[in-house]
Every structure is written in C-alpha cells, then in structure tokens.
Design a binder for this molecule. Structure first.
Ligand SMILES: Nc1ncnc2c1ncn2[C@@H]1O[C@H](COP(=O)(O)OP(=O)(O)OP(=O)(O)O)[C@@H](O)[C@H]1O
Ligand SMILES: [Mg+2]
Length: 258
C-alpha cells in the first residue's frame, strides 16, 4: 500500500490506566476514502482508541501517523486543524438557537482567529450561503429557521453532522452515530454517513451490524484492546474468533444479569 492510500496509521498503540491496559498494541491502517468500522464487545477499548486519535488521551506507548506525519505528540487542537474531527459526542448543538444559527456558529468557530473577516455584510451573506449548503447536504434546508429544541432526534443528529462538516473534516471519527435511534432514524443517518463520506474518510465505532454490513468497506474487530480480525463484512462475520468474542460477551452479559 502506498503512503497516499493510507490516511491514518497507528503503530503498537497502547493505553494503560493504572495497570489496566485498555488499548493493547493496536496497529491499524485506515485507507483514504473508505468507511472503516471499528467494532467489538463493550469495554474492548474502542472509545479509548478514538480518544487517543483525537489526543483527548495521551498514549502510554506507540505512534499515530496521519498523512505520513507522526502526530503522536501534537495537541488536540493541532490534530483537529489537520482535519481529524470527531462528531456526535463533542459537537453538541445549542437547543435555543435555530438550525441555521447552529451551523453558523460552527462555521465561525472553525474560522477561529479570522473572526473580523466576518463582520462585513458581504461576508455574512457568504457565511449564510455556506451554512445553507451544509444544511442541504444533510437534508435539513427546509428546517433552517426551526428551533433546534423542536427537532426530532434523527434531525438533531443530522444537524450535528452538519456542524461537524462545517469544520471541514478530512477524517471523520464517529462514535456510535446510531446509538439510541429508532429504525427509521438509523437508516436515515446511515445513508447520510454514506453520502457525506464521498469526499472524506470515515472511521466509525458502531454496534449495529446492519449499519456496518451496508456501509463499511473495512472492519476491524477489537477485543480486550487487541485487534483480532480485519477485513470486509463477509470475512469478518464468519471469523471464528469474532463469533466467539461476541458469544463470550453475550454470555458474560447474561451472567451479569443473574
Ligand atoms: N479514564 C479511564 N480510567 C480507567 N479505565 C478506563 C478509562 N477509560 C476507559 N477505561 C476502561 O478501559 C476499557 C475500555 O473502555 P472503552 O470505553 O474504550 O470501551 P469501548 O470499547 O468504547 O466500550 P463500549 O462499547 O461500551 O463503548 C474499559 O474497561 C473501561 O472501563
Ligand atoms: Mg465506547
């Protein structure tokens, strides 16, 4: 695989919490343009792995290489500026603003220091144009003036996606984007992820196997901090170790319920 085909790679990434190893030597490659799913039982280390990628946590050992650059020692802000952006958990929307205003806030935030640029009328028009474009991308343009608090759950998640897109992510990290959703919202958000992934790379943690089988190009399976399998849905889903990992966790859950 050539360097430009790989957008992100980790080498022996390890995170220890007071003697407990949550991520245990993960070497993962994410191909540019793909939807790459990270799956695994509860507690496998998926969110911790994401937190290492965004620099929310510092690794105990190992390296993170993004677009050929070792970014392991960078700050969260530096890494975000490179286009590594996480959605759904940090990009909470403001309930008392309108849908359009929420996207405008995200756009202004992404511009940071160039705030003064936006004070002229013409720039404000451009800001509105860009905000409407982003709303159109997630199918919310007809709700631009609606109060965010009044939106149904699925539309709120779509709005969160629009505010993430405002940050112009090159690699989007989605941690359980369909969690807590009903059937209709799940398929809507799944299609939305597929759509917005067209110009980007997506790394997503997801428990819903229908979502994974319909949109993931590559799947990595994490168990107790270790990648135990990798490949497309067909190969991963019939891997005996994967089947055992999931049955093991189901049994553990049943035991826990007793
Ligand atoms: N800050 C922390 N301090 C100590 N232990 C932690 C910390 N964060 C996570 N852990 C532990 O590391 C393990 C992995 O947790 P993590 O949240 O990464 O799992 P996960 O794969 O995202 O699980 P889930 O599917 O339930 O979201 C768990 O055993 C968790 O208790
Ligand atoms: Mg998690």
């Amino acid at each position: 695989m050539s360097a430009s085909e790989t957008i992100l790679e980790t080498h022996d990434l390890l995170k220890e919490f007071k003697g407990f190893v949550a991520v245990n030597g993960v070497s993962l490659k994410v191909k540019r343009g793909e939807i790459h799913a990270l799956i695994g039982p509860n507690g496998a280390g998926k969110t911790t792995f994401f937190n290492l990628l965004t620099k929310f946590l510092q690794p105990t050992a190992g390296t993170i290489v993004y677009n050929g650059v070792d970014i392991t020692a960078e700050s969260p802000a530096q890494t975000a500026r490179r286009g590594v952006v996480r959605s759904f958990q940090i990009s909470a929307v403001f309930p008392h603003l309108s849908v359009l205003e929420n996207v405008r806030v995200a756009l202004q935030r992404s511009l940071g220091t160039s705030f003064y640029f936006w004070r002229s009328e013409r720039s404000l028009d451009r800001l509105n144009d860009r905000a409407m474009q982003l709303l159109a991308e997630v199918g919310l343009e007809h709700l631009a003036q609606a109060n965010t608090a009044d939106l149904p759950y699925g539309s709120k998640r779509a709005l969160e996606l629009a505010t993430t897109l405002a940050l112009e992510p090159e690699l989007m990290l989605l941690d359980e984007p369909t969690q807590g959703m009903g059937h209709e919202d799940v398929s809507r958000v799944t299609q939305l992820i597929k759509k917005v992934s067209a110009q980007r790379t997506v790394l997503m943690v997801e428990h819903n196997m229908n979502v994974i089988s319909s949109i993931a190009d590559t799947i990595s399976v994490l168990q107790r901090g270790v990648v135990i399998a990798e490949g497309n849905y067909a190969s991963v889903s019939r891997n005996p170790q994967v089947i055992e990992a999931y049955m093991g966790s189901a049994e553990a859950a049943l035991e826990g319920a007793h």
